[in-house]
Ligand binder design. Sequence first.
Ligand SMILES: [Zn+2]
Length: 230
Amino acid sequence: MNFHLYHYAGIGQRSDSELQANNPVKYIDPDGRVFNIIAAGAGAIVGAGVGAVTTALAGGSKKDIAAAALGGAAGGALAGFTCGASLVVTAAVTGAAVAAGVDIAINAYQGNDLLDGVDKAVLGGGVGGGVGYVAGVAIGTAASELKYKPSKNHSITQGRVGSLKTEGKPNSSIDLYDKKGNLLQRRFYGKDGKVTIAVDFSHGNEDGSHSFPHKHVWDWSKGYPQRLPE
Ligand SMILES: [Zn+2]
C-alpha cells in the first residue's frame, strides 16, 4: 500500500480530531432537486400539524384550525423550494398569509364576519409555517447526507486547492472542505484505490446549470481516469 498517495488527508499540521472539533458548518443542500421534494413533503406535514394544534390551543374554531393547517403546510412546503436558501421568517409569513386568506374565504362562504377568527388562524399558520420549514430543511439535509453516506473508512481534508486525487486509500472516501469550512467535494475509492464516484457539493455555477449535490462517475476502462458528466 502506498501511504504517500493519501497522506494529504492528514491536513497539514492539523490533526483529524482538531478538524472534527471545529468541524465545518453542517452543509445544507442549496438546490438539490430530489431532496427538495422530500423536504417539501416533510415540511408540509409538520407545518400542517403544528399550525392546527397551535390554533386549537388558541381557541380557534374548526374553520380557523383548517385554515391554519393549510397555511402551515404552505409555509412548511416552502422549505422544498428554497431548502435553506430562504429564511424561516419567509416561511412563517407565507404560512400566516395563506391561513388568513383561507380563513377569510371560508368566512365569506359561510356568511360570517370576514375577520372572524382570522387572528387565530394567522397565529397557527405562522407558527406552523416556521416550524414546518425548519423540519423540512432538516429532513432534506439528512436525506441528502444519507444518499451520499461516506464509507466506513472516511477522512477529511481542508484548504487543499483544486480537486481531490483520482487515487486514494482502497475502499475509502474523503471530503474536501474549503478554508471557511464549506464542503466542496466527496470522493469514493474502490478496492484498487481508484476513484469510482465523485460528489460535488459546490463549485462554479455561473450559468446556473448545475444543481447540488450531484455525482460524477469515473471511468477507468481506457486505462486512465475519465470523469463522466453529471
Ligand atoms: Zn460537478
